[in-house]
Design a protein around this ligand. Structure first.
Ligand SMILES: *Cc1c(COP(=O)(O)O)cnc(C)c1O
Length: 433
């Protein structure tokens, strides 16, 4: 399988696409062709690990990792990804938050770490993963690469815009992880990573790669939980479930759309954004107008310039085609708050503010659409990560999962920088001298 940039460069192998992260022409990698699957291609009752083995094999043809795919998947799917029925019977919750940092990004990060360490791990000249994060990505990537030999991670996160527990998860790692608190917004962090990857001077000193949701190695494993959940529902009912997906940079939702394009039994897909309206406005006005992000309660979705839109447009077409294939609904903070309280009352457990955008969209769907499918709401993070928002709304304590408790007990270290290449370079020299 060969991979091409959304802007035309290529072809490259999977190994190169994983290592480069972003194409030389600034575009994002996509496979040159999509393999076609049908439900019969998967073993009945297959778990997500085994679905992944079938689904991802064609993407690994010609890769030096093909013979190691089984081990990579064992390392990736080391935690459960259950689908829990919700009261009422017409919906379920896809729980993506049982990994080491309690958010869905653990899946892509673990897969990328397992792959890249095998491809590029070199203690004499480590590969340096740059990652901009609005909260959850950086923790997941740091956890996945922590102590991996021949690998380093530089995490850039916006100062004061992540929760205290998120900050812990970004800053509690070993010597091979450098955590940088950037005086700016997520978009500044992301722009700085892009600039560093393109900078000649830094490029001479470090071997860089990226691990944002722009890396194809994040998207491929994410497609597998949509595949597994849809196959299980299809086997039981003969029907294609719909998904409602909390969306920021469009990596998780892209993976669902990709899975549907690959032939998995997936029905309607609805994206839930927070008050950052770049995607809904695009589908409404047909004008792509990226902008600065605004802060919301669903902070990991505070993205004003969702990078993966470039990939989605390449895959499905521009707004006029896109809006035939997906719906997008924007959810404000007041609605998120109401939904957290209401879900707790009805479901008997708490959901995080990101998941609440999906629950709100599902609850307020027009009845024809609501009745047209079994809806799987995608739960992207554990509510205990956002306890300062969730607990006052439900007037109860959210029990801490073991993984989080363990991380919260560790010591932390981070460096403050301005959002500039000079600031980044100085911090790296000091830490990795
Ligand atoms: C990152 C994140 C999202 C948004 O996912 P994208 O792939 O950026 O669209 C939603 N919820 C949580 C908890 C996240 O960490």
């Amino acid at each position: 399988m060969k991979y091409y940039s959304t802007r035309g460069a290529g072809p490259v192998t999977l190994d190169e696409a994983l290592t480069l992260g972003i194409a030389d022409d600034g575009g994002l990698f996509l496979p040159e062709e999509l393999p076609a699957f049908s439900p019969e291609d998967f073993a009945p009752g297959a778990n997500v690990r085994d679905v992944a083995g079938t689904l991802l094999a064609p993407f690994f043809t010609g890769s030096t990792l093909a013979s190691e795919l089984d081990d990579i998947l064992d390392e990736t799917f080391a935690f459960p990804i259950p689908v829990t029925p919700l009261p009422g019977g017409d919906s379920s919750l896809l729980e993506l938050y049982h990994g080491p940092t309690a958010a869905f990004k653990d899946v892509g990060a673990a897969f990328l770490a397992a792959s890249l360490t095998r491809l590029e791990g070199d203690p004499a000249n480590p590969l340096c993963i740059l990652v901009a994060t609005s909260g959850d990505t950086g923790g997941a990537v740091a956890a996945a690469f922590d102590q991996r030999p021949g690998m380093r991670v530089v995490v850039l996160f916006p100062k004061g815009r992540v929760s205290a527990r998120q900050e812990k998860q970004l800053t509690c790692w070993s010597q091979n992880v450098l955590s940088l608190r950037v005086n700016g917004a997520f978009d500044d962090c992301q722009a700085l990573v892009k600039a560093a990857l393109a900078d000649e001077k830094l490029g001479k000193q470090y071997r860089f790669s990226s691990a944002n949701s722009i890396n194809i190695g994040r998207l491929l494993p994410q497609a597998t939980y949509y595949a597994q959940a849809s196959l299980a529902h299809f086997a039981e009912t003969g029907e294609c479930p719909g998904f409602v997906i909390p969306t920021g940079n469009l990596g998780n939702a892209f993976a669902c759309i990709l899975a549907r394009e690959l032939g998995l039994p997936i029905g309607p897909i609805v994206l839930a954004t927070n008050a950052n309206r770049t995607i809904p406005d695009y589908l409404e006005t047909l004008q792509w107008e990226p902008r600065a992000s605004i802060e919301t309660l669903a902070s990991a979705m505070d993205v004003g310039n969702p990078s993966n839109m470039e990939r989605l447009r390449k895959l499905l077409g521009d707004a006029s085609e896109l809006r035939e294939r997906v719906d997008v609904v924007s959810v404000g903070d007041a609605e998120i708050e109401r939904e957290i309280a209401r879900s707790f009352a009805e479901f008997g457990f708490a959901i995080c503010p990101h998941t609440a955008t999906a629950a709100h969209v599902w609850r307020h769907m027009d009845p024809a659409m609501r009745n047209s499918a079994h809806w799987i709401l995608v739960a992207t993070a554990h509510p205990a990560k956002f306890e300062t928002i969730v607990e006052p709304l439900i007037d109860a304590t959210v029990p801490l999962p073991n993984e989080l408790a363990e991380i919260l007990a560790r010591p932390c270290h981070s460096t403050d920088i301005e959002p500039s290449l000079d600031g980044l370079g100085a911090a790296m020299r000091q830490s990795f001298a």
